[in-house]
Design a protein around this ligand. Structure first.
Ligand SMILES: Nc1ncnc2c1ncn2[C@@H]1O[C@H](COP(=O)(O)OP(=O)(O)OP(=O)(O)O)[C@@H](O)[C@H]1O
Ligand SMILES: [Mg+2]
Length: 223
């Protein structure tokens, strides 16, 4: 049985700044199995975000092949990629990206609205799971940072994605809230969601099943 859910083969991403070429991601090959909890570590500028955005179909590689959940990204039409982004991949960012004028409940329902099924019951269920059942009518500005990130995580799960990608999800949080978010991600992983998290913080990801280190756009080693 093929258990691979994310597969990168010789993936590179170049940026051009004047005459200079930046190899943000440089010939990376990586396979991730269903159910793994992978931490991508590395210094600032090592290419972590670029790599995660490529996995999440938010960015195209300059060369190489990317396959997510059996769909080859380089050869997929835009429509298929939109479905992949909507149904297969949940994304969580350092800056939360909640809509300030919508309530907590509306923010979580938003991705389902685009899939034309505003599922209020599901949104409430997810908000209960992240411990925010008493905050449904609050606006994001009335929440703490840790709470905002929990809303963002609930939102990322509304379409039941099998893969969750998180770029520095605890970067704006204090250590107690960071631990809470990591515990929440661990629980989601226990439920079978494959998680890839990018971070600078080695202490936070001690419990991840796999650690991948990046340096100058390359995968350096694993542990
Ligand atoms: N849109 C862009 N145009 C030009 N260069 C870029 C662009 N995005 C990223 N880069 C460059 O690519 C390299 C990798 O950037 P990336 O954001 O992936 O690093 P990172 O590991 O996520 O860093 P950080 O830990 O600071 O978030 C950096 O040298 C960066 O300056
Ligand atoms: Mg980054």
């Amino acid at each position: 049985m093929n258990n691979t859910i994310i597969k990168l083969e010789h993936v590179s991403k170049e940026y051009h700044r004047g005459t200079e070429t930046v190899h943000a991601v440089n010939d990376v090959s990586l396979s991730i199995n269903k159910g793994e909890f992978v931490a991508i570590l590395g210094h600032s500028g090592s290419g972590k975000t670029t790599l995660l955005n490529i996995i999440g179909c938010l960015d195209h590689p300059t060369s190489g092949d990317v396959e997510v959940n059996g769909i080859k990204i380089s050869s997929s039409p835009e429509k298929e990629l939109t479905i992949l982004r909507k149904k297969t991949i949940g994304f969580v960012f350092q800056q939360f990206f909640l809509i300030p004028t919508l309530t907590v409940l509306q923010n979580v329902q938003l991705p389902a609205l685009f899939a034309s099924k505003a599922d209020e019951g599901k949104a409430k269920e997810l908000l209960t799971m992240v411990g925010l059942e008493k905050r449904l009518s609050h606006l994001p500005g009335q929440l703490s940072g840790g709470e905002m990130q929990r809303v963002a995580i609930a939102r990322s799960l509304i379409n039941d994605p099998p893969v969750l990608l998180a770029d520095e999800p605890t970067g704006n949080l204090d250590s107690r809230n960071a631990d809470n978010i990591m515990n929440l991600l661990s629980e989601l992983n226990d439920k079978g969601i494959t998680i890839v998290i990018v971070t600078h913080n080695h202490d936070l990801v001690k419990n991840c099943s796999r650690h991948v280190f990046m340096e100058d756009g390359k995968l350096k080693h694993e542990s």
